[in-house]
Ligand binder design. Structure first.
Ligand code: PLP
Ligand code: COI
Length: 355
């Protein structure tokens, strides 16, 4: 059991006026969790403090070589008044997978989960309740040594901030259009693609700008070697329904192992669908679309939840999927996953924990 000291703010912020207009990640609550790491001492001084600006030396290593990581999960307020977190231990385990890759010290899984619970508890009355809204939880770690040499830092900060949020895409649950990128690549096997670290997102921006300029919401990445196989989207994993089967790219080291991805696979299997985790080439998608077998496409992610994809553009080909409408499986998955998260469906997988 952890018992983190709490310093309450003396200057609480104004709450969002209209929860139905909440965007993603723009408003932050009154408190944050913060903890230090010092080599030889380990993680120490875990505490909850008023949300504040950080003071860091300009030479802090995170600013120069990007030694940092982040996670993303949500707290949901149910109609029963209970606050639930969805599979937070998966985020804790993924944190350690990321940390190992980036030479950041690992954290006890229980400490990560208890820290999330404790800070959410302090700001529990910030959790929005309008349909589709939740409290986004953003844990992150930064390297703080004041040093310009390229080496792992010996000091770090682990911080958790909270953001009452609405839908990730301004369009809500409406189908999005996605640009299949054939020039830039996001990650290669042996790189950091499986890790949740800022560098992967920095690497994605140029292609994202290009996709936006063309009128598409996000980029669908191809493998970095042959630029032939589907990997994942900017902030979500990707699924297809091809000829009745649910198909998603296998985890190959360059894709983020999404927690929503894992949950969708379990749910689809429990419904009796055949689920294939394998390589999917763009050619296969183009053929499936032409022959009418590409029945649905959707992205999965904590922020994006289940996001139906209505249009995929690859070079000069535009693939319209399910007539640019929400597919049956996409809708059912959205209802089931959010139903479990809000405590409105039976949680037969035991995925949620209450505060
Ligand atoms: N892929 C990328 C690149 C992401 O940023 C995310 C979002 O976290 C995901 C996939 C989905 O992961 P999860 O379902 O764990 O949120
Ligand atoms: C999440 O879904 O939690 C993410 O981290 C996506 C983020 C890049 C917006």
């Amino acid at each position: 059991m952890y018992n983190f000291p709490v310093t309450k703010t003396t200057n609480p912020k104004a709450r969002p006026q209209d929860e139905s207009k909440l965007a993603f990640g723009k408003v932050f609550t009154d408190h944050m969790f913060i903890m230090n790491y010092t080599e030889g001492k380990g993680w120490h001084d875990a505490r909850i403090e008023p949300y504040r600006k950080l003071e860091l030396d300009p030479s802090a290593m995170v600013f120069h070589y990007g030694q940092e990581m982040f996670e993303g999960l949500k707290a949901y307020k149910g109609k029963d008044g209970k606050t639930r977190l969805f599979r937070p231990e998966m985020n804790a385990k993924r944190t350690n997978d990321t940390n190992k890759r980036l030479c950041i010290p690992e954290l006890p899984v229980e400490l990560f989960v208890e820290a999330c619970k404790a800070v959410v508890k302090v700001d529990e009355d910030w959790i929005p309740t309008a349909p589709g809204t939740s409290l986004y939880i953003r844990p992150f770690i930064i390297a703080t040594d004041e040093f310009l040499g390229v080496a792992p830092s010996s000091t770090y900060l682990f911080i958790i901030i909270l953001s009452p949020s609405g839908a990730y895409y301004a369009s809500g649950l409406a189908p999005v259009g996605i640009w299949i990128e054939d020039d830039y690549v996001r990650a290669v096997k042996g790189g950091m693609g499986f890790a949740k670290t800022g560098g992967n997102y920095a690497a994605s921006l140029a292609a994202q700008v290009k996709a936006h300029d063309e009128g598409y919401s996000q980029v669908l990445w191809l493998d970095g070697v042959e630029r032939k196989y589907i990997e994942e989207v900017g902030a979500m994993n990707i699924f297809f329904k091809i000829d009745g089967k649910i198909v998603t790219p296998m985890l190959n080291g360059s894709i983020l192992p999404g927690i929503t991805r894992n949950s969708v696979i379990e749910v689809c299997k429990s419904w009796g669908y055949e689920v294939e985790e394998r390589r999917i080439s763009v050619e296969e998608l183009l053929d499936a679309q032409k022959s009418g077998k590409l029945e649905e496409c959707f992205g999965t992610g904590t922020a994006a939840v289940i996001s139906p994809v209505g249009k995929l553009r690859y070079k000069d080909d535009v693939m319209l999927i399910n007539n640019n409408t929400i597919g049956e499986v996409s809708q059912k998955l959205y209802d089931t996953i959010t139903g479990i998260q809000w405590g409105e469906c039976e949680d037969k997988f035991n995925w949620t924990i209450t505060l």
